[in-house]
Write a protein that binds this ligand. Sequence first.
Ligand SMILES: *Cc1c(COP(=O)(O)O)cnc(C)c1O
Length: 235
Amino acid sequence: MVSQMAPDTDIRDNLEKVKARIAAAAAEAGRSAAAVTLVAIAKSHPAAAIRQALEAGHRVFGENRVQEAEAKWPALKAKYPDLQLHLVGGLQRNKVKRAVALFDAIETIDNPRLARAVAAEIACSGRRPSCFVQVNTGDEPQKGGVKPADADAFIAGCRDDIGLAIAGLMCVPPLADEPAPHFALLREIAKRNGVECLSMGMSGDFETAIRFGATHVRVGTAIFGERPAMPADRG
Ligand SMILES: *Cc1c(COP(=O)(O)O)cnc(C)c1O
């Protein structure tokens, strides 16, 4: 499902505003703005909207479904070979081959069979997407991610048993919660496991996430405008 872009959506302007807010939040936290990567989440938005962001110089994007990404991104990648694409939605094992072929980062590794499949596909394809472990910081039954209590063992298993390097951790806090404790928990898990990157913070809370050390903020609505409501299916 692809939304119609509002004619007055000025994506270039929105990007500038979000980047200014990132810079201000980083400065306030005593961090460098360059240490925070803005991942522009383009799910449900058409290639025309993405092109506006590319023409404005933006290069890091995210999608939540493999199939939708395959329809939009190969042509854009051909034109902008330096763009980076992150998968931020759940990944089914039967789509691992396609995901490794298309994405430069996979942020949703959350079970050993998936981790093994990604490691095997990396070995045989020669592609090396950065891999993030998604942590279900709110322990929500319907949400992807490893439970916080299982995170240390899972990260160690990826590294030591499966041979999958873990570049970062990712979380999506429960909608109804104050996000700060979730960001603090993710930071703590990363710190004790020596994991470098933290993907946390969305349109409504990325400044808070930056305060808690986010290295990647995933912002959709504040850049591309509202999306039509979509089921949160795995792709
Ligand atoms: C859609 C989505 C985002 C972006 O959300 P906004 O509120 O539109 O900024 C970030 N992360 C994930 C995992 C998403 O699915």
